[in-house]
Design a binder for this molecule. Sequence first.
Ligand code: MBD
Ligand code: FE
Length: 309
Amino acid sequence: MPANLMTKSQMKKLAEQASGIGQPGGDARVKEITNRLLFRLMQVIDECDVSMEEFWAGVGFIAQTAKNNEFGLLVPGVALEHFLDLRLDEADKKAGIKGGTLRTIEGPLYVAGAPLSKGEARMDDGTDPGEPFVIEGRVQGEDGNIIAGAIVDIWHANSKGGYSFIDGEQAPYNLRRRIETDEKGGYLARSIVPNGYGCPPESCTRMAMNALGRHAERPAHVHFFISAPGYRKLTTQFNFTGDKYLYSDFAFGTREELVVTLERVTDSAAIRNAGFNRPFAKATFDVTLTKERAGAPKTEVAREHVMAA
Ligand code: MBD
Ligand code: FE
């Protein structure tokens, strides 16, 4: 069948009808967005001459993605979560907001309600044979002022690239902690160095990446939510220099400003002082929050999160 069988006006009219445009009732926002999505979808189907089989295979893929509860993984995989960040960056710029640590994607693997402690925390339960890890930093405002009492919510994978709660292999809240910054704005986490994450072998997302000729891997990373009264919540991560997938993250989360070089500590006194019994890696990750103010784009996002029992 040839492409472009339809006229633009035919598709426009049909999309408008299907979206209740020009009819009373319904939700105006839903109608507007549905109309635009439908019209563009019809255009793509017509331009690419999508066959019946292809169309229903697509519907099946979406259904299976939903069944797997996998949309949270597919969305970053097709760059949409990063796209939302880029839009928010532009909105910030327009509002005259600058100077804060860059945001990057939250991803699908956050679990709310991690244990909270003051100043420092041990994140791992001692069962992971990975390299010991210290993450240390300070939270400050855009004027360089120290922020005491900020909540640094950290989560990361284990040395196999798996997340507690998600992989069903780890203790609840393993490698997930909330740390309240001390009077100097500091926080310190003792943990183990995470490995990168790879999409599950049978996942729709990996299937999609295969079909696109892309890999389905993330470089190693550590996730953060940082919040403090009067400041805008920051969602971010850091990566490590030298990671194989640093610049090809399938989820588009890497940002140059958020790449940290791990320091390898081998001095025995320094090892003892840090509370470890073998050489460890150290990352310094200081964070700058921007002040909450009228007209600032919203950064506290309502999004469904699981909670470990
Ligand atoms: C992750 O750990 C992650 O952070 C993202 C964005 C996608 C998949 C797994
Ligand atoms: Fe992650």
